[in-house]
Design a protein around this ligand. Structure first.
Ligand SMILES: Cc1cc2nc3c(=O)[nH]c(=O)nc-3n(C[C@H](O)[C@H](O)[C@H](O)COP(=O)(O)OP(=O)(O)OC[C@H]3O[C@@H](n4cnc5c(N)ncnc54)[C@H](O)[C@@H]3O)c2cc1C
Length: 379
């Protein structure tokens, strides 16, 4: 048995993934005196575009940020006026008051890349091992967990924490259950710089975000930092789209043909406004863990954030829950110093699972209403 005190004094903690959950947890544990290392597959903090803007809610995401001492840094990097949200129909008509239930406690928006930069800057140099992709976990002969790392020597740690997102490889050591595809793939597109300010869409958008909706389809538009406008088309396509349709995302004409086809019952004026985009796309097949999913706790190992409770972004809660998990786990490991680490982790897991099963259910309900998704018995 290893107590939380012993883990702090002589043990090592390995976090897999330098996303919002992993970096927040690393900072909180470092501040509490633990020896922490983060293993991230990206070659550097800006190796790939991080995507759009996220709102951090007062009682979850912001709570973790405050606990990490980053309230001022967050205030400097976030945008309060960007939390404004409206809905507009597929005919171009405003839908006053619609959709507010998912934005009732919305907080200031921060771009995903800025959030990552803020957290990485707060960590000691060298705490994140970039370009370290974990390939799998094995039990070491001394009972601890050994991480296999692509092209590197394996690493053994007293506590391994999977913060490696929806495609988590740590998860396989805890459960056979994988996220289920919802049937909705989100395609992100950016507006060309010359079309930003002064364009019709820019005027309609204002400073916040607008959900265009009609016929169980949406196009979500948000103004990000540095005046970038980001659109998310939500397409009901097979999980292996666009490969199954015979093209890839670099084929701009094919992607835009597919988008226009998916929204062919929308007003042409609205669709014209929403399809003048840059020629760079990202796609996210959205998926969800079954809400009641639980795993048997295993000594020396746990997971949090999307790795544990992947859900579609329909309620905008994923990052907030990931940050709250990080705070709860960091607190659990210092709550009672004489406590067994395994018990602290088991307590954390059961309260995280209880909280997130409610959130996944609420999210899938929004998905049913907005997109007609039906995961049957799984949800
Ligand atoms: C299109 C879209 C829009 C969204 N919008 C919102 C929103 O508005 N509000 C909101 O709250 N949430 C939103 N989310 C969800 C939110 O982004 C996630 O919930 C959040 O990023 C989860 O953080 P995480 O740290 O758990 O995982 P991630 O952000 O996925 O980070 C995981 C990290 O682990 C690394 N990694 C993965 N595998 C390995 C490996 N084998 N070895 C080493 N490193 C690895 C990855 O490179 C990544 O850096 C959205 C998600 C999507 C897809």
């Amino acid at each position: 048995m290893m107590t939380c005190e012993k883990l702090k004094e002589r043990g090592t903690v390995a976090i897999v993934g330098a996303g919002p959950a992993g970096t927040t947890l690393a900072l909180l544990l470092h501040q509490r005196g633990f020896d922490v290392r983060v293993f991230e597959r990206d070659a550097s903090p800006d190796a790939r575009p991080q995507g759009g803007s996220l709102d951090l809610r007062p009682d979850s995401g912001q709570r973790a940020i405050r606990a990490a001492g980053l309230a001022d840094a967050f205030a400097r990097r976030s945008r309060d006026d960007a939390k404004a949200f409206r809905m507009i129909g597929a005919d171009g008509q405003e839908m006053p008051g619609e959709g507010q239930e998912t934005h009732e406690d919305a907080g200031p928006e921060i771009d995903r890349g800025d959030l990552r930069a803020m957290l990485i800057e707060a960590l000691p140099d060298g705490m994140v091992a970039w370009d370290h992709r974990i390939e799998g976990l094995d039990r070491h002969r001394d009972g601890r967990w050994l991480m296999r790392i692509a092209g590197q020597e394996p690493v053994v740690a007293d506590l391994v924490i999977g913060a490696d997102g929806s495609g988590s490889c740590v998860r396989a050591a805890l459960t056979d259950v994988e996220p289920i595809y919802t049937g909705i793939t989100m395609v992100a597109a950016y507006i060309r710089p010359e079309l930003r300010r002064g364009s019709h869409l820019s005027d309609v958008l204002g400073e916040g975000s607008v959900m265009f909706a009609g016929g169980e389809k949406t196009i979500f538009v948000q103004r990000c930092a540095r005046d970038v406008i980001l659109l998310y088309y939500s397409m009901a396509v097979p999980q292996d789209w666009p490969r199954c349709a015979g093209f890839d995302l670099s084929d701009v004409d094919a992607v835009m043909r597919a988008v226009r086809e998916a929204y062919c019952d929308w007003s042409p004026e609205v669709l014209d406004m929403l399809t003048e985009v840059d020629d760079h796309f990202q796609h996210w097949p959205t998926s969800a863990m079954p809400p009641d999913h639980r795993w048997d706790t295993r000594p020396g190992l746990t997971m949090l954030g999307d790795a544990s409770h992947t859900m579609p972004p329909f309620t905008g809660k994923g990052v907030n829950l990931a940050l709250l998990d990080a705070l709860d786990l960091a607190d659990a490991l210092v709550a009672e110093p004489g406590q067994d680490v395994a018990d602290a982790v088991a307590g954390f897991e059961s309260s995280m699972q209880a909280r997130t099963s409610e959130e996944i259910r609420a999210c899938l309900k929004v998905g049913r209403n907005a997109y007609g998704i039906d995961l049957g018995d799984a949800a």
